[in-house]
Design a protein around this ligand. Structure first.
Ligand SMILES: Nc1ncnc2c1ncn2[C@@H]1O[C@H](COP(=O)(O)OP(=O)(O)OP(=O)(O)O)[C@@H](O)[C@H]1O
Ligand SMILES: [Mg+2]
Length: 251
């Protein structure tokens, strides 16, 4: 589905990502983990086209994305839910999702601002809010909603793009254990419905529970890849997590 080949990213002389390569298979729920500052979000931004690597390439179903803009990548099937939630505060929750539903389809991003209230997009938005169990806040504005709703809204907006691959950057961050478990179950359900997902997460117990495979990066370098339980038994990977609470998460 997605291939990332030999990606290197340098920020002002500092190498944030070094020669990283991996693939995401169709229908897979792949976890991308690593300590703070490892380069996970940077890799996500390379895939979405907001960071340009000094070398390497990204392709979706054997088609290179390298020369494509972020909007073209969304239209090609890349859907992103970001680490920092950023809904439009002036729109309702439903309108936010409807806007995203229109955005992926139009060639001109501005046009989706005009179309976010159209019936077809609103119907699609309802369906997605229901899927994520947040349809009761469809008419609310995001401003005063608890984080649990906002994290789900962020996933809903990405899903509304009807992506071939859903990229999630820390969707469980800031949620309590029960909320995190519920949203992780939801991601697993989406995956079982056929949604390919690349998941960045610090919540290792949930990652280990729901992901079929994980990639580990540390200091911009890929240090592990494979079946979650097996990878996490590797002493080098455990040491990369010392002080990161891994031992708590694993027990
Ligand atoms: N726009 C930028 N300009 C300069 N340096 C950056 C920029 N974005 C990221 N970095 C640096 O690149 C490295 C990787 O950062 P990145 O945000 O990708 O890490 P991460 O794995 O997502 O971490 P976290 O788990 O804390 O979100 C860090 O050293 C960070 O300070
Ligand atoms: Mg990050």
């Amino acid at each position: 589905m997605l291939r990332v080949d030999n990606i290197t990213v340098v920020f002002g002389g500092v190498t944030a990502v070094k020669d990283v390569a991996f693939g995401v298979k169709n229908g897979e729920l792949l976890g991308l983990i690593g300590p703070n500052g490892a380069g996970k979000t940077t890799l996500m931004r390379v895939i979405t086209g907001t960071v340009t690597p000094v070398s390497g390439s990204v392709s979706l179903i054997n088609t290179s994305l390298d020369r494509k803009s972020s909007h073209e990548r969304i239209r090609a099937g890349i859907g992103l839910s970001q680490q920092i939630v950023h809904p439009f505060r002036s729109m309702t929750v439903g309108e936010n999702v409807a806007y995203a539903a229109g955005y992926a389809k139009t060639r001109n991003p501005l046009r989706s601002i005009l179309s976010y209230s159209r019936k077809k997009e609103m119907d699609k938005a309802r369906e997605i809010l229901k899927l994520l169990d947040i349809e009761e806040v469809a008419e609310a504005t995001p401003t005063n909603l608890p984080l649990g709703y906002l994290k789900r809204l962020e996933v809903a907006r990405a899903l509304a793009l009807q992506p071939k691959i859903l990229l999630l950057d820390e969707p469980l961050a800031g949620l309590n254990q029960m909320e995190a478990r519920k949203l992780a179950d939801k991601l697993l359900e989406l995956n079982r419905l056929g949604q390919t997902i690349l998941l960045i997460e610090h919540n290792l117990s949930e990652v280990i529970r729901i992901c079929g495979r994980i990639i580990v990066i540390d200091n911009g370098i890929k240090i592990g890849e494979g079946e979650p339980q097996k990878v996490m038994r590797d002493p080098d990977i455990r040491s990369a997590y010392l002080g990161e609470g891994y031992n708590n998460a694993a027990s």
